[in-house]
Design a protein around this ligand. Structure first.
Ligand code: HEM
Length: 488
């Protein structure tokens, strides 16, 4: 009994010690929130953009908040981001990534070597390999779109635009990268997509460990079924070269079959989780902004198509599409909201662009949230909440890349792909897939909003921090094969 009481008292003292952290003079402003241990976790999880904008108004461009027992220093000055992105010695990317891998995918890789994995990915998502991947993706997109809207069917189909974009791009991406694998049960891509969406809908709660017991069951069930669907009986010659290489790397690192399958689900998420939602927002903005739609159609109509293959004509990725590129950049500015998180490995001093210095403590986390600044920063962008399709175009139609904050030219004026050594490896593949998809939809389908007056759906604010935002609900469209167009 006496031991129990002693342990309890010790525990309480330890807890008080932890929660009684105070700010030293050289540290960023500290805001612990009122709730012991939890601190600001609830506000952070509900709508990180709203919460961090409020904190920025209160404390400025750098501050430390307590979130579920952790101290997170948030930096919101894009001119100072390099101080974090370029210090991989004191600020570590992979530890926090490992925490999320464990929470979401139940994955612990033996001999995990992110540097080698990234090198493998770069090898297969750049140069000649990228050309091969792009054309496989185009073929898969065309085939799926043809079966979705057969030329001889004149009736309108109805669907949510989010489901339409996510479904087609996910399935085409799956076939391109994973499709050659011989699955145990010959999994149908529609079934994989369905399970994946169930899993994806609960992903932020898995990451925050806030699933209730019912949700735990649903998430766990979807994860198990995805493991089954992704579990290979062997590799076929036609599976993507990247996947074969990655599997070989896992095997050589000592990963057993179960661990390899869990790693497949992680890769499915990393490669398919953002492209569909990005294409959704882009098409949603075009469908609700007629002048933008007109400008993109005009640009697409002028492009020459690659017709020297036996396949349907495709876009040559080397052809410049400045209007489309501006629309994509603007879409991502408004809807890409990843956190860039690092763990502080050793005490360090962070020097801001204005010369001010702050001490960071070992064991804390540092978080950049480019969505708040630069992307939605009114000091950089006029009416930052509004979609302006030509925001990234100069008056002469060339791409606009020069933006300022406080008179200083910005290196990072928008950061949907992250930055520094952990920036997105799949960027060129993702851009080509989105461009190809939007081109196919606009040139080969008739698409209309079911309720033109309804406007864009609201954003699911709990996804702030997890890459591309997703809508609350959907935007309903009707579509059919464009009459007189037999290319598909
Ligand atoms: C619109 C689509 C996409 C967006 C907005 C996006 C965004 C990002 C961001 C922000 C990061 C950095 C995360 C961080 O710093 O913590 C990242 C990393 C990564 N992305 Fe993407 N991504 C997209 C599509 C893709 C695709 C299609 C692939 C692969 C085919 C891919 C592969 C990766 C990989 C492997 C990393 C990790 C890099 C590392 O570990 O250093 N992404 N992505």
């Amino acid at each position: 009994m006496i031991w129990t009481v002693l342990l309890l008292v010790n525990g309480i003292l330890f807890f008080l010690l932890l929660s009684s952290r105070s700010r030293s003079k050289r540290e960023p402003p500290l805001d612990k929130g009122f709730i012991p241990w939890l601190g600001h976790a609830l506000d952070f999880g509900k709508d990180a953009a709203k919460f961090l904008t409020r904190m920025k108004k209160k404390h400025g461009d750098i501050f430390t908040v307590r979130v579920a027992g952790h101290y997170v220093t948030v930096l919101l000055d894009p001119n100072s981001y390099d101080a974090v992105l370029q210090d991989s010695g004191s600020l570590d990317f992979s530890r926090y990534a490992q925490v999320l891998m464990d929470r979401i995918f139940k994955l612990r890789l033996p001999n995990h070597n992110p540097t080698v994995e990234k090198a493998i990915m770069k090898q297969h998502f750049q140069g000649k390999s990228l050309t091969y991947l792009n054309s496989t993706m185009q073929r898969n997109l065309q085939a799926l779109l043809t079966s979705e809207t057969p030329p001889n069917q004149k009736d309108w189909k109805r669907n949510g635009l989010f489901n339409f974009c996510y479904g087609l791009l996910f399935r085409a991406g799956y076939l391109t990268l994973f499709g050659g694998e011989q699955n145990n049960n010959g999994a149908d891509t529609k079934q994989i997509y369905k399970e994946y969406r169930t899993f994806d809908d609960l992903l932020t709660k898995m990451a925050r460990t806030t699933l209730n017991s019912g949700e735990k069951r649903v998430a766990g069930g979807a994860r198990e079924r995805l493991w089954e669907l992704l579990s290979p009986t062997g590799l076929s010659e036609s599976s993507s070269p990247w996947l074969r290489h990655y599997r070989q790397h896992l095997r050589e690192g000592g990963a057993d079959t179960d661990t390899q399958t869990k790693a497949m689900l992680l890769q499915l998420w990393a490669t398919q989780g953002n492209v569909g939602p990005a294409a959704f927002w882009l098409l949603a903005f075009l469908l609700t902004t007629p002048e933008a739609m007109k400008a993109v159609r005009r640009e697409f109509n002028r492009l020459s198509l690659n017709t020297d293959t036996t396949q349907a004509p495709t876009l040559d990725p080397r052809q410049p599409t400045p209007v489309f590129d501006s629309v994509l950049e603007e879409t991502l500015r408004l809807t890409a909201a990843p956190f860039i998180t690092r763990e502080v490995l050793q005490n360090k001093t962070l020097r801001m662009a204005n010369g001010q210095e702050y001490d960071l403590r070992q064991g804390d986390r540092v978080c950049l949230f480019p969505f708040v600044s630069p992307q939605m920063d009114p000091d950089i962008y006029l009416e930052p909440e509004t979609f302006k399709y030509d925001r990234f175009l100069n008056g002469d139609g060339t791409p606009k890349r020069v933006f300022y904050k406080g008179g200083q030219r910005l290196k990072y004026y928008t950061m949907p792909w992250g930055a520094g050594s952990n920036a997105c490896v799949g960027k060129p593949f993702a851009i080509d897939a989105i461009r190809q998809f939007v081109h196919l939809v606009l040139t080969h389908l008739e698409v209309e909003l079911c309720e033109p007056e309804s406007g864009l759906p609201a954003v699911n604010t709990s996804r702030h921090g997890f890459g591309m935002l997703q809508p609350e609900g959907d935007l309903f469209i009707r579509y059919r094969h464009s009459i007189g167009n037999n290319i598909l």
